[in-house]
Design a protein. Structure first.
Length: 228
């Protein structure tokens, strides 16, 4: 297989959500053929650069997954399978990317707000951003506003992503934004919010900089915030 064919094969397997040769694939049974982790190792062994693999195969694969999701061809479990595949590939690529000194596209702190344990959506957002070259500092779930603000300041992050799934915890987003007033870092960080009960009206009301209905909108927001 030539180098560009190998990249196409990686892209296809991201779309199929196949980590390795024992995975079947979303559209058809491809088990027995190499999956993303094997193909990425193969590409690296042949001297294909980690950045090329990330941009020309993995990110483009995730873009295709996003298009399929928006068209209703893919559902949540499909998106999750593809996102997990990207995570496995990123584990292999990360040391190479760091060694190559690839500049991160931007740094985002992510957290599910205080009192809220729902983190599946936030994790998908994190994987998607990581897969497209952002540095992601994931604080987990049930995170106190002051801890979120400290992490943003200490890491000098240029973005903050807050997630809430409960109507009883969404007000914690506003508390978190208010917690910046004590430290004066608010003008250096763009805040995006998301989660099932959140809307763009709510985002505006609490003074957030953007609302994303899903992980793909989160990515679009991050690109806008970072001027990409
Ligand atoms: C799984 C689940 C749980 C799991 C969570 C496991 C986990 N690790 O996350 C468990 C079992 C722990 C749980 C517990 C509870 N849950 Co619950 N849970 C759900 C369920 C079924 C799915 C949520 C989910 O994961 N969706 C899938 C993800 C991918 O979607 P998502 O989170 O919306 O994320 C997407 C977007 O919103 C967006 N997004 C998300 N975050 C962010 C952040 C940014 C920055 C951006 C831009 C975008 C973005 O992108 C994501 C990917 O596309 C929902 C029902 C539902 N259909 O939503 C109820 C639901 C959210 N839970 C509910 C309730 C009531 C509870 C409990 C209170 C139940 C109880 N009585 O104990 C507890 C609360 C625990 C707590 N303190 O948080 C209610 C909330 C009702 C309300 N109005 O507030 C729901 C709606 C169920 C219902 N219909 O009653 N739950």
């Amino acid at each position: 297989m030539k180098g560009d064919e190998l990249l196409q094969e990686i892209e296809l397997n991201v779309v199929q959500g196949r980590r390795n040769s024992s995975d079947e694939g979303l559209d058809e049974d491809l088990s027995g053929t190499p999956g993303v982790t094997e193909l990425v190792e193969d590409a690296l062994n042949r001297g294909i650069g980690a950045k090329g693999i990330l941009v020309d195969a993995i990110s483009s694969g995730m873009t295709e997954v996003g298009e399929r999701y928006e068209k209703g061809m893919y559902f949540l479990p499909d998106m999750l399978a593809a996102a997990e595949t990207v995570e496995a590939a990123m584990e292999i690529l990360e040391p190479y990317l760091l060694k190559a000194g690839i500049e991160s596209r931007g740094k985002i702190v992510l957290a599910t707000v205080k009192g809220d344990l729902h983190d599946i959506g936030k994790n998908i957002v994190g994987l998607m951003l990581k897969g497209t070259g952002y540095s992601v500092i994931d604080l987990g779930n049930n995170v106190d506003p002051d801890d979120i603000v400290s992490a943003v300041v200490e890491n000098e992050a240029n973005m903050l992503g807050l997630s809430a799934l409960l109507t009883t915890t969404m007000h914690q987003m506003s508390e978190t934004i208010e917690a910046f007033s004590g430290v004066g870092f608010r003008d250096k960080v763009k805040v995006m919010v998301g989660g099932a009960p959140i809307s763009s009206e709510f985002a505006e009301e609490i003074g957030a900089d953007g609302y994303g209905k899903d992980a793909f909108e989160a990515l679009k927001l991050a690109d806008d915030f970072t001027d990409i």
